[in-house]
Design a protein around this ligand. Structure first.
Ligand SMILES: Nc1nc2c(ncn2[C@@H]2O[C@H](COP(=O)(O)OP(=O)(O)OP(=O)(O)O)[C@@H](O)[C@H]2O)c(=O)[nH]1
Length: 366
């Protein structure tokens, strides 16, 4: 039998040496995280404090043979399934949360996809959020030199600045760095690892489900207001890698035909595939406008769409947040307009699109 409420899974990502393990060790001292299982991938060293491993005994699982998210992807699935098995057979007392620490060079996307799209796992677990650690000292250079570090930042729901004790937080360099992070990911709040007690509340429960109220907290999850506010704030001197990343929102006031929306999502994922870093949406569909559809995808893998029981507040607009790499935002906007049959210059209508999806100007092949 599955647990009655899905178990939240947080993914901690961040470049080599950026402070993932240090952050985890601090977080896990919080008494409310006692029934947390940590899935960690370390070569050799035990990264998590020894004390903690002893305390939690069965609750901490370390994988030690290969990269968590690529070479041993099957093992992550097995490990998550095994945790549930242990819970059900009483070999672990409780399981209130899972934290997966990825290796520093890892692409977080496959890990997210495991949680979202493995049919069995996606019923038992829910993705809470992706937390990325960025080093305030070497972070700027890391972003300049490593595109995977940029991708980790762009995909995150929360950004943790580490080693802020080693920099002057009032300096222009620090301000430039935090601005750069905001431009890469305007929807992700930034917190400093130095900020102490409050940090846990900032980092967890950023998923759609609010355990306090047992309802959906759409604006906390979608963060569309923040993305909208900072849209187009890329400075002139942005690094060319940074400029590949775009975060933007789409909105629509009227209920949308379910088939049209499906076509839109299908086209986006099939044509843009891995360039679609995150896709989050709450959608008012014409067949049942009172029960919004929630859609969440990472690259071409999407969580099975779910209907909320009701809209959480008066705002019943369809809202989408897209974080993309190398996708022309205007292409997506034109596609959305075409699908909704909103007239727009030089854009084929929906029927034409369904016959020939490549008819949208600006589409890139390959
Ligand atoms: N001064 C300071 N040092 C820190 C902070 N966070 C981490 N460190 C140090 O930075 C080094 C790397 O930290 P880790 O937590 O091991 O980083 P990691 O991301 O887990 O490293 P990998 O697993 O190797 O990718 C360690 O020596 C930490 O003590 C911080 O906030 N301030």
């Amino acid at each position: 039998m599955a647990p009655s409420t899905p178990i939240p899974v947080s993914i901690v990502t961040g470049f080599l040496g950026s402070g993932k393990t240090t952050l985890l060790n601090r977080l896990l001292k919080d008494p409310s995280l006692v029934d947390t299982a940590v899935i960690i991938n370390e070569f050799g060293d035990v990264g998590i404090d020894h004390l903690l491993v002893e305390q939690s005994n069965d609750g901490v699982i370390e994988l030690s043979d290969g990269c968590l998210c690529c070479t041993i992807r099957g093992d992550l699935v097995d490990t998550l399934a095994d945790l549930i098995d242990r819970l059900q057979t009483g070999r672990i007392r409780a399981l209130s949360r899972v934290i997966i620490e990825t290796t520093g060079l890892a692409d977080p996307a496959p890990v997210l996809q495991v949680i979202m799209a493995q049919p069995v796992l996606s019923q038992v677990y829910r993705l809470d959020g992706v937390i990325v650690t960025v080093d305030a000292v070497s972070g700027p250079a890391t972003l300049d030199n490593h595109e995977e570090a940029i991708k980790q930042v762009a995909m995150a729901d929360r950004i943790v600045l580490t080693k802020t004790d080693l920099v002057d937080r009032d300096s222009p360099e620090f301000a430039r760095f935090t601005t750069r992070l905001m431009q890469l990911n305007p929807g992700a709040p930034q917190v400093s690892a130095q900020d102490g007690e409050g940090i846990k509340a900032e980092l967890f429960d950023c998923g759609l489900y609010d355990p306090e109220t047992k309802t959906a907290d759409v604006s906390r999850w979608l963060r569309d207001a923040a993305v909208e506010e900072h849209h187009h704030h890329h400075g002139h001197d942005v690094n060319r890698h940074d400029s590949r990343i775009r975060a933007f929102t789409l909105q629509h006031d009227q209920p949308i035909d379910p088939g049209a929306f499906e076509t839109f999502v299908d086209l986006l994922r099939s044509v843009q595939g891995e360039r679609l870093l995150r896709f989050k949406a709450i959608v008012c569909l014409a067949d049942n406008p009172d029960r919004p559809l929630v859609v969440h995808g990472v690259q071409s893998v999407f969580h099975p769409p779910a209907r909320l029981a009701a809209w959480p507040d008066e705002d019943r607009r369809t809202r989408l947040v897209i974080i993309s790499r190398d996708i022309d935002e205007n292409y997506v906007r034109r596609l959305f307009d075409a699908i909704l049959d909103t007239p727009s210059v030089d854009t084929p209508d929906r029927e034409a699109l369904e016959n020939n999806p490549l008819a949208v100007p600006g589409v890139r092949m390959g």
